[in-house]
Design a protein around this ligand. Structure first.
Ligand SMILES: *Cc1c(COP(=O)(O)O)cnc(C)c1O
Length: 389
């Protein structure tokens, strides 16, 4: 049977291709170390699991939840914003639950893009911005993220004609895949730009809790005026090792939050209440577990950075996120390099092209494997003779 054309617009999911390759090698007996996928290896903290265990027994939680999320969940998100970022939010109008932030990010395009409308999308970037835009019939305009601009888009490079047709702008800091962070000045420029052209800014803050040393990532909503033109997507997935639980939120401009809730009420029936209770625990509890987790990523980051720098790279350690983004050796595109590394070492790294054209001269290493395995991967890399020169 013939399927709808919109499915053809989707880029093949990068990790699907990678996974096939890894499976084949495993069958042939290779001891594969996968540094490709950004999925935390550590378990969800015990106190969150205990909360879930208790809530799953509650009969009231077995019924349909509300599309926009339980009141107590929305209030908790609003309090968390107030305490951690000094941002005031109305939990009735300006916060809603999501079945993981990916779900909301993907669906947002359907609320703002009519066929032909433009979405401004970072390149390299999380593939869902492009996927949602394509499914909704919108047109992507890619904003290059380049090293010389600290992987922030150059707003002045967006043609006026494009800006006028744009309805949405996706941003993501701390950034996947580059590990870059945003400055308050950049966010202020974004607010001004969005106001001038009447564009909704959707800031993806999946890594907002993962800052190293003394660095604390900013919320887009902290910038004056941001809430007039923008929303922020949040999640406990990466910060609390809860990727499998599927819970996140959207916060900010009431009109946009409401639009997403209206759309979602036609597609899903909200997140399992017991999971919302678990996320409340994650956000309310003392942050010791989170701090220990960040410290673990910091150690892994330092291990990988020193490994690559000993191989001829000259990398600065990222201030946030769970990724290292590094250039491929001159003359090698990202696929060739990733394949070469895999063949030589059995270590999977992600070719930058998977995140967009601008990513082609780069590769990404994820810090989400057991430290001992990461050490083994580092050892293999050191010994395989690959150098950046
Ligand atoms: C992991 C990730 C997400 C998705 O998180 P969920 O809340 O688990 O859906 C969103 N954005 C970026 C950039 C991510 O890396």
């Amino acid at each position: 049977m013939k399927k709808a054309k919109r499915l053809e617009q989707l880029a093949p999911y990068l990790f699907a291709q990678l996974e096939e390759k890894i499976e084949q090698a495993k069958k042939n007996g290779t001891d594969v170390i996968n540094l490709g996928i950004g999925d935390p290896d550590q378990p969800t903290p015990q106190h969150i699991i205990a909360e879930m265990r208790q809530q799953v027994e509650e009969t009231a939680n077995h019924q349909y939840p509300s599309s926009k999320g339980m009141e107590s969940f929305r209030v908790t998100v609003a309090q968390w914003y107030q305490e951690r970022y000094g941002v005031g939010l109305d939990p009735q109008q300006e916060v809603a639950s999501l079945i993981g932030s990916k779900e909301g990010i993907g669906h947002l395009a359907f609320c703002y893009l009519d066929p032909g409308d433009i979405a401004l999308i970072p390149d390299p970037g999380y593939p869902v911005y492009q996927g949602g835009t394509a499914l909704a019939g919108g047109e992507p305009h890619y904003m290059p993220l380049r090293a010389e601009n600290n992987f922030l888009p150059d707003l002045t490079a967006i043609p006026t004609k494009v800006a006028k047709q744009a309805k949405l702008m996706f941003l993501n800091y701390p950034n996947n895949p580059t590990g870059a962070v945003a400055t308050a000045g950049f966010f202020q420029d974004v607010v001004q730009f969005a106001k001038e052209y009447d564009i909704l800014v959707a800031h993806d803050a999946a890594y907002i809790e993962v800052g190293f040393d003394s660095y604390r990532p900013l919320s887009f909503l902290q910038v004056p005026g941001a809430k007039d033109i923008g929303i922020e997507f949040g999640s406990v997935s990466k910060s609390h090792n809860m990727t499998g639980w599927r819970i996140g939120w959207v916060a900010g401009l009431a009109d946009a939050v409401g639009a997403l809730v209206t759309l979602k009420s036609n597609l899903d029936s909200g997140a399992f209440a017991a999971v919302q209770f678990a996320a409340i625990r994650a956000l309310r509890d003392p942050q010791d577990a989170l701090e220990a987790q960040i410290d673990l990523y910091r150690q892994r980051r330092d291990l990988m950075i020193s490994t690559l720098n000993a191989m001829g790279w000259n990398l600065k350690a990222p201030e946030a996120s769970i990724y290292i983004w590094a250039p491929t050796p001159p003359g090698m595109d990202s696929r060739t390099f990733a394949e070469h590394v895999f063949t030589e070492t059995g270590v999977v790294i992600t070719p930058g092209i998977g995140y967009g054209q601008e990513g082609d001269g780069y590769f990404r290493i994820s810090l989400t494997v057991e430290t001992e395995r990461l050490r083994e991967a580092a050892e293999r890399l050191r010994q395989c003779g690959i150098r950046y020169s």
